[in-house]
Design a protein around this ligand. Sequence first.
Ligand SMILES: NC(=O)C1=CN([C@@H]2O[C@H](COP(=O)(O)OP(=O)(O)OC[C@H]3O[C@@H](n4cnc5c(N)ncnc54)[C@H](O)[C@@H]3O)[C@@H](O)[C@H]2O)[C@@H](O)CC1
Ligand SMILES: [K+]
Length: 479
Amino acid sequence: MITADRMAAVDANAAALGIPRKQLMESSGNAVARVVRESVDPGDRVVLVCGRGNNGGDAFVAARFLDAYDTETVLLGHPERIGTEIARENWDAIQHAELPTTVVGDTTDIADLDLDDVDLIVDAMLGTGVTGALREPEATAARVINESEATVVAVDVPSGVDADTGTSEGVAVDADHVVTFHDTKPGLADLDAAVTVAEIGIPAAAERFVGPGDLPSQHRAAASHKGDHGEVLVIGGGPYTGAPALTGQAALRAGCDLVHIACPESVARDVQGYSENLIVHALDGERFTPSVVEGVLDRAVEMDGVICGPGLGDHAETREAVSNFLGGFEGRAVIDADALGVVPEVDTDATLVCTPHQGELQAMGGETADDWEQRADLVAEFAGELGHTLLVKGPYDIVADGETTRVNRTGTPAMTVGGTGDVLAGVVGALLVATEPLTAAAAGAYLTGRAGEAAADARGNGLVATDLLDRLSEGFDNE
Ligand SMILES: NC(=O)C1=CN([C@@H]2O[C@H](COP(=O)(O)OP(=O)(O)OC[C@H]3O[C@@H](n4cnc5c(N)ncnc54)[C@H](O)[C@@H]3O)[C@@H](O)[C@H]2O)[C@@H](O)CC1
Ligand SMILES: [K+]
């Protein structure tokens, strides 16, 4: 079962793997034609009623696979208004091939469509791109289709039906058979129609490996205000100063509006000195201790998210402070470095994304394996036991929440240099503001790896963590 949003992500990931959408459309059209051939006899009359999106594009392809039938491809609306390049190319192809086509411009023409002696209608008006009730001329076309005696085969989803919910806000096509692609859609479960799920050549890798389709949209409303895109708090520093500064800057580079750093006063000036973009709050003492937790909690509840761990060190008092903090915190947090060891023992209502490397994972009580597929299974199981999302770093990063597992392949061995983990924690923290934990972790690993690859192109094995900061935006380019 796959939702429309996830399908779009998988489709983008397939394109990044070198399987362009036009190729998928060819397979989709072929699959539709196969069901048509199974349903009616050669020579029978088949009318394909097509919209101007990719759902229609699938049917333009199908028409080419139906030479043995008396076909007519009906386009609703003007060819100039075909909305996608690949649908347009397939429309042009059937024109050049001189297959029978009809363009119906308005509602009257559609009402006049003679479907009396038609044996099968392919409904390719709208698929997953539908929003709201069918507009004209599609609404009238749906009524005409529903009045016909012909067998109706719907492409992907009956037009007018929401693929995620199965509901329709107005008239919808009443299909006898639905040919849907790659995986079934939640909205098809309760329909009174046969459903065929057609493989269209999307490899499992497009689902399993993180790709550009998993990245959050970069669109922002023009009327956005400061803080709309996230305000996060980094709890870190003490024995180390650079780590929380790297994390905070990475969160900013990943799109966060405001980043606060709560760090011991002994290092506050140093941390501020790294970047004027950070808002630094000094905590009493030389390390994070239970006595300052209440104040930090008060600040944390005002934030969209927290990143806890970078540079905190592993003093017993600091561990106790982390434990107290997590015990009282109910929001979303990324947990990294020395804070990780506290997670298995703590009782918390917070939603956590833990970012251990394999050694830290084992220290938490998890298991690892050399083979990445085996490792993925072990991490998934441990995430389920823990009740939190895990991002286990390695040549293949494993992201799991116990239900879903994703694997990230971006990155380079040059990233073994210190500080890259702090960058990753910041990126995931920024994404966690607006995205679900699993997606934030997956996309964060992908983006940080891409930044590392770009930095290594320029610096080779001499790359340092700060190089990644400058490259983070490059990962958002959906190549
Ligand atoms: N990976 C994928 O997602 C694949 C998708 N494919 C096909 O692509 C389809 C999705 O294509 P698109 O995203 O182009 O979307 P659709 O073709 O479903 O619909 C987009 C068009 O519908 C119009 N529209 C939206 N709501 C409307 C309404 N209420 N009344 C009238 N018109 C309305 C839009 O203006 C746009 O022109 C899938 O359903 C499937 O058939 C396949 O080609 C293969 C792979
Ligand atoms: K359809």
